[in-house]
Every structure is written in C-alpha cells, then in structure tokens.
Design a protein around this ligand. Structure first.
Ligand code: PMP
Length: 380
C-alpha cells in the first residue's frame, strides 16, 4: 500500500494568460491509492496513532469529512482491519457517499438542520466518546480529528512538500509561491512549512471560495460548489499569520477551469483543482509570467459526475478562465530523493534471485547541472 500513496507526478502546465506565456506546476494527486491527496494524511495519521498506542488493531475509526478523507480512511482503515464510520454533510456528491460505502465503511449523513459540517464533527465526537466510555481504555476507538490534528500537517511536511521541492529541482527551478485550497489546511500548512524551510521568502497563499470567504473575513456561512475547501470555519491547525493573503476563486470559474483542463489537455481533475490552478494564475498575474508557482490537483473528476462539473457553466464578468489559453504540459520525473524508503531501496535480493543481465539504462539527465533560480518580475 505504501508504494501506492505519494510520489505522484508533478505536472508543468504551459499557459498563456493575458497574452504572456507562463508555467504552473501542479502535483497530480489523483494518482494516489483512492484518487486524492487525502490518502497521504490518512496513512500518516494511522501510522502515528499506532506508534503512540492511540489505535489498537481492529479498533473502530470515526471521522467527520467532506468526502475525500472518508474515502481514504474507509479504504486504508478497512484494509488494516478496522471498522470505519464516517460523518459527512448530506450535500456532498453522490459519488463520495457510494465510494465510502463501497470501501466497506458506515456513513452517517448530516443535514444543514443538524449542523452541517460543524454538526458532523460534533456527532463524530459524541459517537467516539460513547464507544470510549464503554471500552474505558485509550486505543479502543480512534478519532483522527483532521481539522485539529497536527499529524495532518506533518504528513505534507514529510511527503508532499519534499516531493514538490525535489521534483522542481529536477526541472531546475525553485518555487516563488505555493497556493492550495483550504479544507483542513493540512496541505497549505504542511507543504508551506517544508518549502519555507528551503526558501524563507516563498509566498504561501491559502485559497477559498469567493462566496464563502471565511479565511479573509472570518464570517461563517456562504454556499459554494468547490467541494473539499471552505468548510464553514477556520480549522485550528491553520495559522493565518504564517500564510500570505488568502486568494478567492469563484466556484463557477473553478468549474470552467477544471472543464478546460479536461477538454483541452485531457487532465480530468476535480473542482478544487480548477480553483487551485486559477489561484496560481492570480499569482502569475501579480508577480509576472516568469514566476514559479506550484499547487496541487487534489483529486480527479470522477467524483463529480453528478455535479455541475459536467454541465454548461456561464462565465461571470470577472472570471479568469476565459482568458487562459492552455498550451500543453510535461510530467516532471519523480525524484529519487522522495521516490522510496531508502531502507527498502537498499534491500539485498535473495541469494537465488537471478537479475536481468542487461545493466540499467544510464540516466539521461546529467547530475552536474546546477539548478537555475527563476525570478519573478518583481525580482523576488
Ligand atoms: N480539495 C479537495 C477535493 C479535498 O477533498 C480537500 C480536503 N478536504 C482539499 C482540497 C483541501 O485539502 P486540505 O484539507 O489539506 O486543506
């Protein structure tokens, strides 16, 4: 399972925006085990919980989620032998519900009247507390608490962040900015923490839905169609003082952008990926076309076949997607610094194994080339 989570390709997508050519780098997270970035977090949290004795073999896992986390915990949790129960708002896509059930988890849908997202979290807490009381010992039930558990951030510090950095190094570029939509905030905080360690002046922009700007305004509420981000509150693991200004994206614009990536480049991504791509282009517009901006494509389009992603969408006056010309993309190679566990990589073959006598082909990329630091128009 480990080799099916993380180490995803990094796409270098060439665009023309306002007539100028630019490149946006996007981590293709749809290539994870269950098709989203949340596999990284679920695997890492379970691993840590085992290490700390917070989760016993076979104990139930209970979590509140807008979908992808539920799918990840359902698949990974069930594979490790745990019963899994997921609390989720009832307005999330049909595909999310069916996938969670399909992986063998129980699902409890929570309506607006029952509290929606916040209600899902408190209902999960109550369910876990009941089970704990009956069992009366730690480890008998595990509540990952993705919105407040710093292991969520850590999963991106140890995997997504280094992968992005080293894959960009392999392409001889250094990032000027990283942008990511905030659901739990694990991605922006974790990748951000790693990249800032490498480049202290990197810009880190959280992304939110324009109609539900909880990060920039603190105001709760506001409906939108970018499933997975802008979940009604600012999660406690998000430290806004560590981040640069939030970038807002219209949900219709995100839908049009995701549609464009699919119809013109064959990149079938979800709505939040469209939002992240548009936020990256906002940075390009601000800092100039040579700026190096990285982001993530959090999941693919298959979970949105019952949503507006597959319907005609009217462009608004201030939408960015109509002015974006997609020119093509390259997939940056995966990098040896992050491609495997060094201990496993170094495993000796059994004595009776007969390896292919043809030697490994020589790598075509010379090691001695020095990374080039591309600077933005402002010379950051
Ligand atoms: N996009 C999608 C589709 C998601 O499911 C999530 C996770 N809720 C995000 C973006 C945001 O990721 P994070 O929770 O790390 O902020």
């Amino acid at each position: 399972m480990l080799s099916l989570i993380g180490n995803t390709p990094l796409l270098a997508i060439d665009v023309r925006v306002d007539g100028a050519p630019a490149t946006v780098y996007a981590k293709a997270e749809q290539f994870n085990l269950t098709g989203s970035i949340k596999d990284r977090m679920a695997l890492h949290m379970l691993r840590r919980a085992y290490e700390r004795g917070e989760l016993e073999p076979g104990a139930p896992i209970i979590e509140a989620t807008s979908g992808n986390t539920g799918i990840s915990f359902a698949a990974i949790g069930r594979a490790l032998g745990h019963p899994v129960t997921i609390f989720m708002p009832d307005w999330m896509s049909r595909e999310r519900i069916d996938l969670i059930r399909g992986f063998g988890a129980r699902i409890r849908l929570v309506s607006h009247e029952q509290g929606g997202f916040v209600g899902s979290i408190s209902l999960a807490e109550v369910a876990a507390a009941d089970l704990l009381e009956t069992a009366s010992r730690a480890g008998a039930v595990f509540l990952p608490r993705q919105f407040s558990n710093v292991d969520n951030i850590e999963s991106h510090v140890v995997s997504t962040g280094p992968e992005i950095w080293w894959q960009l190094q392999a392409g001889f570029v250094i990032p000027d900015a990283f942008v990511a939509g905030v659901g739990t905030g694990g991605t922006i905080m974790g990748v951000g923490r790693y990249l800032r360690g490498k480049r202290p002046d990197i810009r880190l922009h959280p992304v939110e839905a324009a109609s539900a700007p909880v990060l920039s305004s603190g105001r709760r509420g506001g409906e939108h169609r970018i499933q997975g981000i802008s979940d009604e509150f600012v999660p406690s693991i998000v430290d806004l003082s560590f981040l640069d200004a939030p970038l807002a994206v219209h949900d219709g614009d995100a839908i049009l952008m995701a549609q464009k990536l699919a119809t013109e480049l064959g990149l079938g991504v979800g709505i939040s990926s469209g939002a992240n791509f548009l936020a990256a282009l906002q940075v390009v517009r601000e800092l100039g076309p040579q700026v190096v901006v990285a982001t993530v494509f959090a999941d693919d389009n298959k979970k949105y076949l019952s949503t507006d992603l597959v319907h005609d969408e009217q462009a608004g006056d201030d939408y960015i997607s109509p002015s974006v010309e997609l020119l093509g993309f390259r997939s940056q190679r995966r990098d040896c610094h992050t491609c495997c566990d060094p201990v496993l990589c170094g495993t000796e073959p059994p004595p009776d194994f007969a390896p292919d006598e043809e030697p490994l082909p020589v790598c075509v990329r010379p090691r001695h080339a020095r990374p080039r630091h591309r600077r933005s128009a402002e010379g950051r």
